[in-house]
Design a protein around this ligand. Structure first.
Ligand code: NAD
Length: 252
């Protein structure tokens, strides 16, 4: 495990040499934007609710108690005023520079796209897509937030956010694209994820490249497989790395 300047320099050199970086991330990427994750000290799982977040975010609960689901969803799962942080910005810059081929995220907040990332594979969907379960009409997030109780389409159907609830399957095309991106990647950076949510975490097995980097505030099961393991804030680590990468040009 490391945080030294030498390791930041090493990562900067690897980024400089790479053309198909894949970043695989989770809720920890957005905590520096003010969105709580699930498993940190101040995460959602440490807060007290009448039922567990897993239960309230399950498809079974959505079908049985939609009013309660939407109360929880609007209050805890959507952060309409959040803005991208330095982690999102650096990843978007690397894609624009032709170094990064895909961001694979478990997040549903849309902050990677807001930062300018183009190829974002959203394993668990997005709060920004909402569709009537009866007629398929799409509705914007703002409309869902302004609606009262269970959001109803003009046809009377329930409008469901296109986020993957516990008990639902992941989109097979997103999974396929994620596997492809990982198989073709020359540098894998994993960050801001506890790696305990499956099948998402299992995707890492498809990476075939030489170098794997892990950036997480707390320990994960993949730390021992990492060639570099940073135990810090991802926004800070990536921002320092990008500064060092730019220095490589100044000094060469
Ligand atoms: P998690 O809460 O299980 O784990 C987050 C991890 O990130 C923790 O290990 C924590 O130590 C680390 N972390 C927190 N802040 C960090 C930072 N600034 N820098 C580095 N590491 C940091 O989240 P997960 O692994 O993504 O899995 C849980 C589920 O949470 C996902 O399915 C996701 O859909 C959902 N979720 C998403 C959001 C979002 O969209 N922003 C928010 C909450 C939960």
């Amino acid at each position: 495990m490391t945080d030294s300047l030498q390791d930041i320099k090493t990562l900067a050199q690897w980024v400089e040499e790479s053309r198909r970086i894949v970043f695989f991330g989770g809720a920890g990427v957005s905590t520096e934007s003010g969105i709580p994750d699930f498993r940190s000290e101040d995460g959602l799982y440490r807060q007290r609710f009448s039922r567990s977040p897993e239960e309230m975010l399950s498809r079974e609960f959505f079908d049985a108690c939609p009013e309660e689901f939407f109360d929880f969803y609007r209050a805890k799962m959507v952060a309409p005023n959040a803005k991208p942080n330095r982690a999102h910005e650096v990843l978007a810059a690397w894609e624009a520079q032709g170094r990064l081929s895909a961001v694979i995220t478990q997040n549903i907040d849309g902050l990677h796209q807001m930062a300018g990332s183009q190829n974002v594979l959203e394993l668990h969907g997005s709060v920004h897509r909402n569709r009537c379960m009866t007629c398929g009409k799409e509705w914007p997030l703002e409309w869902v937030l302004q609606s009262q109780g269970v959001p109803r389409c003009t046809c009377g159907g329930i409008v469901k956010p296109e986020v993957v609830l516990y008990g639902e399957s992941l989109d097979s095309s997103v999974l396929f694209q994620s596997v492809q991106a990982l198989e073709q990647s020359d540098l894998l950076i994993v960050g801001g994820t506890s790696l305990v949510v499956y099948p998402a975490a299992g995707l890492l097995q498809y990476y075939r490249g030489r170098r794997m980097v892990l950036i997480n505030r707390s320990e994960t099961s993949a730390d021992r497989d990492a060639d570099l393991c940073f135990r810090g804030k991802i926004g800070e680590v990536l921002a320092k790395t990008e500064m060092e990468r730019q220095q490589l040009h100044v000094s060469s």
